[in-house]
Design a protein around this ligand. Sequence first.
Ligand code: 9G3
Length: 572
Amino acid sequence: MRQSRIFLPTLKESPSDAEVASHKLMLRAGLIRKVAAGIYNLLPVGLRVIRNVETVVRREMKRAGAEEVLMPSVLPAELWKESGRWDFYGKELLRLKDRHGRDFCLGPTHEEIVTDMVRYEVRSYKQLPLNLYQIQTKFRDEIRPRFGLMRGREFIMKDAYSFHATDECANAEYQSMHDAYSRIFEGCGLEFRAVEAEAGNIGGSFSHEFMVLADTGEDAVVSCTTCNYAANVERAEIRQPKDEVLSKENLPTIEKISTPNKKTIEEVSEFLGLSKAELVKTLIYEFKKDKDEKGLVAVLLRGDQDLNEAKLMRVLEANEVTLATDALITEVTNAPTGFAGPVGVSISVYADFGVRELSSCVVGGNEVDIHLKNVVPERDFKAKYFDLRIATEGDLCPKCDGVFELRRGIEVGHIFKLGTKYSESMGAKFLDENGKEKPMIMGCYGIGIGRIAAAAIEQNHDENGIIWPFQLAPFKVHIVLVNIKDEESVRVGTELYEAFTEKGLEPLLDDRKERAGVKFNDADLLGLPVRIVIGPKTLAEGSVEVKERISKEASLVKVKDAVGEVLSLLKL
Ligand code: 9G3
């Protein structure tokens, strides 16, 4: 492709509303342009990157035995009513009416549609397993779309759905997709981690997120520095230190201390000159279980740690946990919010393991303006101890004796063991080998196509622009003519352009009437893997300059060796 002809509007500055590198650089390099909040045009060079991502995805989905389909993006409400999700989702689900006044939505995901597709066609276990995928735009009316393609409202997703007769088969497919995803992200040149994740509200028994590690990632991931355990902090388990039995003998007895209007951990620790880790906060939670069973619990955590509500829900086997209202707290503790404590409280007490390790601590006194010090866990109050806190830096890995480091991640993929949530509600059943009718067991597997391109930039850029991983680069070689009036330069440039084209390396030829400096800046911005600079000076010695985008130094190469040099630089 010749740059004098391509539609590639580069910018010197990025628009002010672009906050992260990938958003800034995709705008400046002329890859995307905003149409509306969270809605973008993919310009020619941006689309080439997306097509490269799709090529890797299709190759690995095919290798895993999945079949490509294409489902509609305007979806009838009826199917979403069958699954019960029409009323579950709020404004994020963009709804519309057709000319007959019938309800539709713009598809945010396609579980209902694919289950409807399969339920009429599959009747026997002999037709299973199935794995159907599509690459298609989704619409989710995010309240605050931002970061360009990273969190758009309309975005391209590869979403796959699998159907199985047995749990073993569904688990095998889950593992197969897990492996396919690893090959996809490796194939896209990304550094990623597969992390255990909360299954979220789509049910199913487990899920993994695939995170590209980048400081601008919106998700917090803890990953073990020794083994390959990694988990979304929402999900991460923590190994408890071997409970060295702290001597709890002859410790001073409890003392009341006056803490006038000191309610929060910050206020109390500052007022008493103690570290937050010497305090224990008491959270009063209301929980709801099945069959309208509900109750109150006191949850204790060290002052410097935070409750992971998902873990509390699992421990209580509750469907819902919510912080009690101030009125309820006063009812339970006979004190306003901020003075709750475990000593003498009437409701059952659950505590994070971090509390048990304390020899003594300060807790709320269940009395206005009073806290208690010298409180000894298991002497002055009883509690049931569990892993209840949000994991963080330095916590112990549950799989080995390593410790966690806290990383940010960009979620580029998420795979779920779905179970029978949709096949039950929508009657997607099959007859097993004994003629018994059973609901199919499903899995679903998503990849953010545009998000991969954005994450690749987040992970590979410098102050001058993008540094594309080879596999995603929109063109593989950048041929820059320093002076397009120099006939020899044009001849050599054209010769090399054709040579690389023959090698399938899709060169981009900068034959514009621009100063060399502008061309070099644009080449750095666009970030193609290798650049060849052709100018009269080096041609005088029969050479051209070859430079890898990722390294700073350039080397002089004889024209006849240029193709070979580039191939070896690209390890082809
Ligand atoms: C909605 C809206 C937003 C949503 C969903 C439904 C997320 C929704 C979860 C999934 C699960 C998997 C198949 C591909 C991989 C992810 N946001 N999810 O179900 F109506 Cl507005 O999409 N689906």
